[in-house]
Design a protein around this ligand. Structure first.
Ligand code: ZN
Length: 326
């Protein structure tokens, strides 16, 4: 089972989204409510929903509000490219009323477990499934695959809430209007964040608008906010940078006088430190900016512990690192 039958076109206004949102789209892949699925048992007052990443859990919780308990499987700071569910994760997945994942190949090692959940009759919703091909970037080193890091673009990520609302409406039809209202509120908040970040990044001169980090997590951020983006390890952290890759990048950084590069909270800083050492040998002082949240939010209760907080903090770190003073 999967969700997202009807794409939500980029450029569609939120008013149109509101109209679309009252049309059943079939997201969730199942038209049976929880009460029906449990053979006549009374529907529980709260659903148990499982999300893969913290970012997915953030959207799901904001749409479901008090009507569900959301469990996030991938811990803060862990790398979703390398994650595979433990035995207890699988037990939780099979007990849940629905599974929400990022999709687009992010959770690449968990496909077998997701298939088990789907085969057990549970809705499995890739929250990116209602995005259009125009919303998506390609993996530059593997053009047949999409770049999964869509949470880096507030305007695109805000709209994933609509797919969540569709699935929630099928699980709990009595509250479908509320779920769609919550999804729209999330999308509006994402639009406001986009405007705030644009204003913040105005401080970065055009010559400094190059964002270099450990892996290619920031392509959507770069496209949306006008930054050239370089990830040393490619789209997935499973690939390794060669000595030649590092040397070429060092030469370019020195030639362009790039002031800072960035480490990521979920990826080893080894390659970034190799860049700093290489630039020092060529007498170019390269700073390391504040750690960026790439594939994981910060711990719960910290400023980076929500999707909005993580993206805002990243933008602040980029602005501080590249405007010339850290
Ligand atoms: Zn990644």
């Amino acid at each position: 089972m999967h969700c997202g039958a009807r794409p939500f076109h980029r450029g569609t206004s939120l008013l149109v989204a509101l109209l679309l949102s009252v049309i059943p789209l079939g997201c969730g892949g199942s038209s049976t409510s929880v009460a029906e699925r449990k053979d006549g048992e009374a529907a529980p007052s709260t659903l148990l929903l499982v999300a893969t990443t913290g970012m997915v859990g953030d959207v799901v919780q904001r749409v479901a509000r008090s009507h569900a308990r959301v469990v996030t499987l991938i811990p803060a700071g862990a790398d979703p490219h390398l994650w595979s569910p433990t035995r207890s994760d699988i037990v939780q997945l099979l007990e849940a009323d629905a599974l929400f994942l990022n999709g687009l190949g992010l959770e690449g090692r968990a496909g077998e477990a997701f298939a088990r959940v789907s085969n057990a009759g549970r809705p499995v919703c890739a929250i990116t499934s209602m995005l259009t091909p125009e919303d998506l970037l390609r993996d530059p080193s593997n053009p047949n695959h999409p770049d999964p890091h869509v949470w880096m673009d507030p305007l695109v990520w805000g709209r994933t809430a609509l797919a969540v609302a569709e699935t929630m409406s099928q699980l709990d039809p009595a509250h479908q209007e509320e779920f769609h209202r919550n999804a729209l509120a999330y999308a509006f908040e994402a639009e406001k964040l986009h405007d705030e970040i644009n204003a913040l990044l105005d401080q970065v001169p055009s010559a400094n608008r190059v964002l270099i980090s450990s892996h290619d997590a920031f392509g959507y951020f770069g496209k949306r906010f006008g930054f050239e983006v370089r990830g040393i390890q490619g789209i997935s952290t499973e690939s390794e940078a060669s000595v030649g890759d590092i040397e070429r990048l060092v030469a370019e950084i020195c030639e362009r006088r790039v002031p800072a590069v960035f480490i990521e909270t979920t990826v080893s800083d080894r390659t970034i430190r190799a860049l700093v050492d290489g630039c020092a040998a060529r007498s170019h002082p390269l700073n390391i900016g504040a750690a960026l949240f790439s594939d994981s939010m910060g711990p719960s209760g910290t400023p980076g512990g929500t999707w909005l907080g993580m993206i805002r903090q990243n933008a602040t770190s980029v602005a501080n690192g590249l405007r010339g003073s850290t």
